[in-house]
Design a protein around this ligand. Structure first.
Ligand code: ADP
Length: 305
């Protein structure tokens, strides 16, 4: 099978994660324990997720001219993602400064850095979008950039998958360009004012939508009348960070391969579950064989509505 071409337009951050027995209060300094530095940002994560899941993946975004940028690019490329068009802009890369306490509570400050300067898509960037089977975007870069990419995709017949995270209201023009919306409950609420009790309301805004429900699986619906609840794959969840990114990346791949969307969502649920049973975000994004193995267990294969 030809690998589908998935272009991800989005953010890249270096996540700086310090573990501490207790989170510091304002003005306080505490002595922590471990520290890790991992690539993150929904754009980079979803590009890695899609590529590991089987896509010919391209990441379009911006990193800074600092050492984090160099490391970020190398780590994203190490998963096989094409980073040849990744912009380097003068100044700081995006960073997320994270503290995690012994109970798993965290605080996060995201300083967008280069991500905020990712505007005005160039002709080569637009051309990559036009050549793709599927465009995947999120909302951690300027909205205008997402709009430009979606307009180019629509004009070229490239399918547009929008993971509308972080939650915010969206302009009607962008919703009008979306072929498949992927949201969790908070994001659904921000867009349509509804949650899991009436996900079908999302279809007033977009022709196809997925609502992810964590350990409760996902819902998929479309304007042709599909209204399917897909149960989660039962796993021992360790850390669900990145599960949504694993889900969206895998979904784009399966749809790009021409799979039926209910089946594609089921496969994406296997990807999310495979990610949630391991610690970490980008490091635990599953490879295709891991997704296939979990999917083949058949759990989660029974849409009930
Ligand atoms: P987000 O992190 O964006 O809120 P979710 O937590 O809904 O996303 O996770 C995305 C998908 O990953 C879910 O739809 C589900 O299929 C899978 N998933 C997440 N957490 C679990 C879990 N604890 N057990 C099984 N599957 C999970």
């Amino acid at each position: 099978m030809n690998r589908p071409r998935v272009v991800v337009v989005g953010s890249a951050n270096m996540d700086l994660v310090a573990m501490t027995p207790v989170l510091p209060a304002a003005g306080e300094t505490v002595l922590g324990t471990d520290f890790v530095m991992v690539p993150g940002g929904k754009g980079a994560n979803q590009a890695i997720a899609a590529t590991r899941a089987g896509a010919s993946g391209v990441f379009l975004g911006a990193i800074g001219s600092d050492s984090f940028g160099v490391t970020l690019k190398a780590r994203i490329a190490a998963s096989g993602v094409d980073t040849g068009q990744l912009r380097v802009v003068y100044g700081a890369s995006g960073v997320a400064v994270v503290t995690v306490d012994a109970a798993g509570e965290n605080t996060v400050v995201v300083a967008p850095g280069a991500n905020a300067a990712f505007t005005g898509l160039t002709e080569p960037e637009l051309s990559a979008v036009r050549r793709a089977d599927v465009l995947v975007a999120q909302l951690e870069i300027p909205l205008e950039t997402v709009l430009e990419a979606a307009r180019a995709a629509r004009a070229a017949g490239t399918r547009v998958v929008l993971n509308a995270a972080p939650a915010r209201e969206l302009p009607a023009e962008l919703l009008g360009l979306v072929d498949l919306l992927v949201v969790n409950e908070g994001e659904a609420l921000a867009i349509s004012g509804v949650g899991r009790e009436d996900p079908g309301a999302l279809l007033a805004a977009v022709p196809r939508a997925v609502l992810t429900l964590g350990a409760a699986g996902a819902w998929y619906g479309d304007r042709d009348g599909t209204d399917a609840r897909i149960p989660a794959f039962p796993i021992d969840a360790v850390d669900s960070t990145g599960a949504g990114d694993a889900f969206t990346g895998a979904l784009a791949v399966a749809w790009g391969e021409g799979r039926d969307l209910v089946d594609a969502v089921r496969w994406a649920c296997a990807a999310g579950a495979a990610c949630a049973r391991q610690v970490g975000a980008s490091a635990s994004l599953p490879r295709r064989d891991e997704i296939d193995t979990l999917y083949a267990t058949g759990a989660g294969s029974d849409p009930t509505a």
